[in-house]
Design a protein. Sequence first.
Length: 286
Amino acid sequence: MAEKDQACASASSCSRESCEGCPSRGGAEGPQSFRVPQNANSNIRHVIGVVSGKGGVGKSLVTASLANALAKSGARVGILDADITGPSIPKMYGLTGPAEVISETQILPGIAENGVKVMSLNLIMEDPEQAVIWRGPIIAGVVKQFWTDVVWGELDYLLVDMPPGTGDVPLTVFQSLPVDGIFIVTSPQDLVHMIVTKALNMAKLMDIPVLGVIENYSYLTCPDCGRKIEVFGKSRIEEIAAKTGLALAGRIPIEPSYSEKADEGKFAQVDNMYIHEAMDCLRKVN
C-alpha cells in the first residue's frame, strides 16, 4: 500500500478507503476510468472536440461549419455546446427553448433546418440572456448531463464546442467522453504559437489525438480588387503546423456573409468552402 500511496499527489493524507477511488491507483484493471455512459437511447460513433487556447478565435463558427459540411455529406450530426457561460450555437441556427423534457434523464435536442441536432444551456434556461455565474464543478456537471441525459439518437459525429482555455470543461470532456480527436482553432496573431501549444500540450497529457489546426480570420478578400488583406497580421500557421507536426486543416478568411447568416439564425444555410482539409482529417477517424 505504501508504494501505491507514493504515486498520489496527496499521499500524506491518503487512507486505505480514499485510495480505493484514486485515479493514480493501479491494479489488475489499471487506472480508474472517469468515462460516463451515454444516454441509453443514443448511439454515437465519433466524438470530435473543437478547442482553442484563448477566446475570440471563432470556435463556434468552425464547429457549425464542420457540422453543416458533415450533414451535407449525408452524415448524422449533433453539436454539444459545452461553452456553458457563452453559448452561441442555438442563436446561429435560430433555435430557441425550452427543450422538450421526456423525463428526468431524457431531454430531446433542438434540430436545425439542415438536420443538425443541438444541445446547449440556452435551450434549457428560461431566460437565455441570463448570466451564468456558476463555479467550475457545476458547469462540468452540466456538460456531462448533455452526454448522459440528452437523447441524441443515431449520430455519426457529435461535435463538442468547447469553451476557450484548458480549464474544467475541456478536462471533463476529455476524461468523461470517448473523444476520438480534436481540432485546434486559432487566429493569425503573434500569440498563435502559445495558443496552439497550450491546447496541444493538454491533448497530449490527456492522450487525445489532434486531427489538425484551423486558422480563422486568416485574411479579408477585397471586394473590389480581390486582394487578400491580412487584417490581423501575417499568418504563421504553416510554420507553426510544421514545428508542431500538426496537419493544417484549413484557413478561413473573414467572410461577412457567414456572420450575417449567424446573426439571422440561418447558419444552416452556410456552406463553408474553406474546411475541405478538415473534412479530409475527419474521414481518417476510425
